[in-house]
Ligand binder design. Sequence first.
Ligand code: ADP
Length: 510
Amino acid sequence: MVVEIFDGTNAEEIIEIYKKTHPNIRLTFVSLSGIVLNDSSDFDDFESHLDRPELKNLGSVNIRYSESLDTHMMYLATKSQDNYIRIAIPVSTLNEVVNSFLLSAFITLLFVLFISSILINIVNKNALTPLNRELNKIAYLSGHVGSYSDNIDQISHQVSEIKLLIDRKIDAINDEKQKINFLINNLNIGIIVINNQGDIILANDFVLSINDYKKQDILNKNYNYLIRNVNFKDKINDTIKKGLNFNFDYEYQNKIYLVTIKTIDSKWTNELSNKYGAFITMTNMTEERNLEKVKREFFANASHELKSPLTTIIGYQQMIQEDIITSKEEILDASKRTSKEANRMHQIILEMLELARLESKEDIKVEELEMHDIVLEVLDQLEHEINAKKVKVITNLNKLKLFMNQNHARYLVKNLIENAIKYNKDSGEINISLVSNKFIVEDTGIGISEEDQPRVFERFYRVDKARSKEQGGTGLGLAIVKHIANLYKATIQLESKVDKGTKITILFKK
Ligand code: ADP
């Protein structure tokens, strides 16, 4: 400021102004030769000032003891208008300035701290309280009852406590998951879950065993990898795209599965779209379906078998009633025929009942019996038929004790010997043997062709229907024999040649 207003002549005026306004400041005007021209202090100093450090180093601050003022001063000098201008201030004055600065800084600090604590409180309320509320919620969901304070010091403790609770929950969930996986994989039902993109997200062990697949071969892959059947694939496609449900039988590798396809909520797959996921179950129904088929066929055959004798009976009755046959001989003949048909019906019904009893496996009284005696008993019963056909019976009967139901043993022996008579040639031969655990009936009859051999054990199957009917056969005999053999875990062997004869061996379990 002094340099600004000093014009080379007004040194005295400037000093007067400074004396009034800044009495602490000493202002000195020095000639270039070092003579003090004007000085705000009243102290007379005629020495040359050129050696003073502040004049030697113009512009830099210099602190030193001033003898003339008897105090430490801070000096600064500059050159202006062919003069040196020097300004000096006692160091003590400077300390006062610094002290007053420190005081105001301290007050400002206190003020800042005060404002900060208010702000922290607001942050606490606005941020920590909701955070704490959330922590309480998580703790509650994790099974911890009790509340958490919103003290910031406790937050980390709370978080680690909640982490522990969550860890425990995750362990429990993993435990549950393992149990569910075990159940799913040990079910006797196939389970497949497909997401709405058509990818397989679950397939249990049952499904994998059907196709002999490994989990990694199909998981997260399109369902086309697993299901090759066009009809099955179309249905899955309809479920995913149109949300349709299905229920159908699916034949694969000689097995029949009941398949159900149901839509599943898209939430499962975390995708919002207008497509659906598919939940598929596969139940092996092979046995049930085969049984149903056998039953259906059995009823159809049974109705047919019963219908034909009944039609004959009704026919003769009508002829008698409508006087179509009138002579005593004709009526006698009609009566013989109707009674033969009625007997056949009776026989069919008896054998059907026998089959039903065998299938229900109820009340089977098993006792130790001697097969040797049973064979002789049956041969005795069949004496009339043997004589009528003039067949020669050769026996080789050893003793064979078996645990069997009397009726079953008798039926089995009787049916095989009866067939050997029925389907024999006149004056043919029958060989009956009981050797070790085998019962063998061999005849020299008409024989059974190779293609018919596996079928003669089916219900109502007869190679020559007319011949069987003529002989009073029902077509159920061998089916019953097979059932009886199965019941006692015996095996049946059939050897036969057309026009040569038939040999049937029942191999009993030892
Ligand atoms: P059926 O009451 O007709 O004799 P079966 O079940 O006992 O019924 O026998 C089924 C069919 O098997 C018979 O109709 C016959 O064609 C054939 N069959 C059974 N045993 C013999 C045999 N010993 N020789 C030739 N064919 C036989």
